[in-house]
Design a protein around this ligand. Structure first.
Ligand SMILES: [Zn+2]
Length: 337
């Protein structure tokens, strides 16, 4: 059988619903931020600097992977740097053919030099509006111990800026040692306040973590690939129409899978789960959305109409308003006619 498939259409047209700002700081952006922060970098050679910003090649798990975020987070501790970072990341995404992005970050990680979470988010929104890329922010709570006050503060800020740049909340950080149920109070409050949320689950922990996130009311799941370990969880996702934000390269970096051939995208689709493709951390994982799509398409012999379906899923389950969703659908339909 001839598995040769058509090329992607000429016009680039992608969206990314799961992208961490601190995982998208290129060497060039890092150099610009260091100037603003008055910080010295380990090197100003972009190739050398890339080594500090990318996940360690010998990383064994999510905890190792997360170490690559220390430098970019340290470069975003003032309003000027945060604003610039959000703007420059969007410009980079635009240059890669992204037409809509949901950018996420944890405001509580940017208060080391005295900013309040509110000031952090105000700066991020200013940066967001400086670019003409259609985009929104997702505010992450963190899976730490003893940070309930900070997480509740993030929820409060998300409520204050909901639909004014912020569209949702998330729970990020080391999943294995910090299960979803430790954060119930935060997301119960988000539900009361009408803030939609996605939760990282089924990445470093198994299917049960996904089930708990769904039971808590997550309207999307970050990753969720390990739901395949329990078919009842897969069926729950399909039945409740809870989409997964899949990020294949990131899952290889954190050793959820040893090779792309094990990636269960076909099985999930066959079970009726809505899936979207995303980059997670384009710089840390040395990827971008186009690359994710190309890799998955090649590995699983998807044709352009299946790729179009994945992109349209993204439009449908994004936290964007109806007008923006319509714009994304129209753009995708023109390119993938
Ligand atoms: Zn993520």
């Amino acid at each position: 059988m001839n598995h040769k498939i058509n090329q992607l259409p000429q016009g680039n047209c992608y969206l990314d619903l799961h992208l961490h700002i601190d995982g998208a700081i290129t060497p060039k952006i890092a150099i610009a931020l260091a100037k603003i922060e008055g910080m010295s970098l380990p090197t100003t050679d972009e190739d050398e600097l890339a080594k500090y910003l990318e996940a360690p090649k010998d990383g064994k798990n999510l905890v190792d992977y997360l170490k690559a975020f220390d430098l970019p987070v340290s470069l975003m501790q003032s309003q000027a740097a945060i604003k610039e970072a959000v703007y420059l990341v969007q410009e980079k995404l635009k240059s890669q053919g992204i037409i809509y992005a949901e950018l996420r970050f944890a405001p509580q990680l940017h208060t080391k030099h005295g900013l309040t979470q509110k000031e952090v988010v105000e700066a991020a929104i200013e940066g967001l509006h400086r670019s003409d890329l259609k985009s929104n922010l997702i505010l992450c709570c963190m899976r730490f111990e003893n940070n309930k006050t900070e997480n509740l503060e993030t929820e409060k800020i998300a409520k204050e800026f909901l639909n004014c740049g912020v569209v949702a909340m998330d729970l990020a950080g080391p999943e294995a040692d910090n299960p979803v149920e430790h954060y119930t109070e935060i997301f119960e409050q988000a539900k009361k306040d009408g803030i939609p949320f996605t939760i990282h689950a089924g990445e470093a922990s198994g299917a049960e973590s996904v089930r708990k996130a769904v039971e808590l009311g997550a309207s999307r799941i970050g990753h969720g690939v390990r739901s395949m370990e329990d078919i009842s969880v897969v069926k729950l996702l399909a039945q409740k129409k809870i989409p997964l934000e899949l990020c294949p390269t990131s899952n290889l970096d954190t050793k959820v899978f040893e090779s792309l051939s094990e990636y269960p995208i076909e099985e999930l689709i066959a079970e009726g789960v809505i899936v979207t493709l995303n980059s997670d951390n384009p710089v840390v994982s040395a990827t971008n959305q186009k690359n994710e799509i190309k890799k998955i398409r090649k590995q699983f012999h998807l044709n352009n109409s299946q790729i179009k379906e994945l992109l349209l899923n993204g439009a449908e389950v994004s936290f964007a308003d109806d007008k923006t969703k319509k714009f994304i659908r129209t753009e995708i339909s023109q390119v993938y006619a």
